[in-house]
Design a protein around this ligand. Sequence first.
Ligand code: UDP
Length: 467
Amino acid sequence: ATTTIPLSRNSISNTKPFPKSLKTTHRPSTHRQAIALISDHGDPAAVIGKEEAGGQNVYVRQVGEALAKLGWQVDLFTRKRHPDEPMIVQHSPHCRTIRLKAGAETHIPRDRLFPEMPAFVEAFLKFQAKEGTNYPLIHTNYWMSAWVGLQLKQRMNVQLVHTYHSLGAVKYQSVSDRPAIADTRLAIERQILEQGDCVVATSPQEVEHLRSLVSSKGMIEVIPCGTDIQTFHLMPKEEARAKLGLPHDEQVVLYVGRFDPRKGIETLVRAFAQLKESDNSQKLRLLIVGGSDPDAVDGQERSRIEALVRDCGLGAVTQFVGQVGHDRLPLYYTAADVCVIPSHYEPFGLVAIEAMACGTPVVASDVGGLKFTVVQGETGWLVPPQNVGAFAEAISFALNDPLAVTKMREQASLRVQQNFSWNGVAIQLSDLYRRLLARSLSHKSFMPSSPFIPAPASLAVAEMAKA
Ligand code: UDP
């Protein structure tokens, strides 16, 4: 197949509106270069904010749609999780999600998914052959997709780009009992850096981690995550409060995200309790936005947080809002006086830039990508993770210094517009893809790299059986 690389940064060839999630098969047009983004568990067409669906899903979908506007034919591959899900979801004329059958068509938690990856590889190759499409560039997301990408690189001539989303080497530092799959994950995360064509780090902090904890070899480019600045932008607070039925005279503290112990919601609840205790004259409200399933692990974490809220005597002032789509989420950010991101570890943290885009100051843990996105004293405050006192103090500051907050509002929104729009991110990715493809065209000979991580059938399944 020939490689047709979109020519210029600005070749936006289709800006016509197109119905979202049109559930029909739409074959790619031949004059565009097809590229594949692989996201094993993070379905780009899924409802965001529950069942392990968070930043990775948003990233793949948004990047995919923005790349399509830049002239690529973008196919987003994920695993099919329900028999009634359509195999293909068309997001826009040149961007679609393709769900491959790999393992049982049901939700399989991330930590049990690796054994299904060989079937994913086969399903990908079968799809490619059936469509007569050739993907000369594959961008994988998360370590299991990296393994898929490395297997594909053994079998076809492909440029392999990878985004980690979460790094085992960092994650396991703060985990007391490492799962059985840890060694396999760490080995694959090293292999993709050393043998892939380029790793995309979403912050300079991630580059430091990769170099100090993973490998000194391999090419890394820093391209951040983004946000939809048409959706998340400055709006009048009073209007948002009125639309949500929230009173004007309360001070609203907001959490947005999944229910996961790593997200540190417990720290926020305890800090909020401390704040309330220190000054009972303030009318305070805590809004917790995020979906959960009572039968899944996020349901367990939500029950734990609900119990904590009751124990702290905060039941009357705390609201569990549930999952909110991006159509209404800007209202919550705008209505809030401060958005708190108390994560123990955060590779990037989309919520921070979404809140900032809406002009809401952020109080965040001084970790990972948050160190990069939140500018101390200018767009928010960074405090040590899990430090209840420090969180209480920073939230109090955000609630009681209107002058500083007014200044932050403009600065925060501007910072996101200038640095973190999905279009800007896609332009940088598009440039990277073009450079890699141009390089591969000038070195035509194809040398498969030596395999070094065994297939999960022989390795991880045995490990899991032992666990
Ligand atoms: N999110 C959402 N609805 C919710 C809760 C979260 O749309 O009810 C979205 C949120 O807007 C953000 C993503 O989920 O885009 C979370 O991404 P982040 O990087 O902050 O965290 P992750 O889930 O990747 O750990």
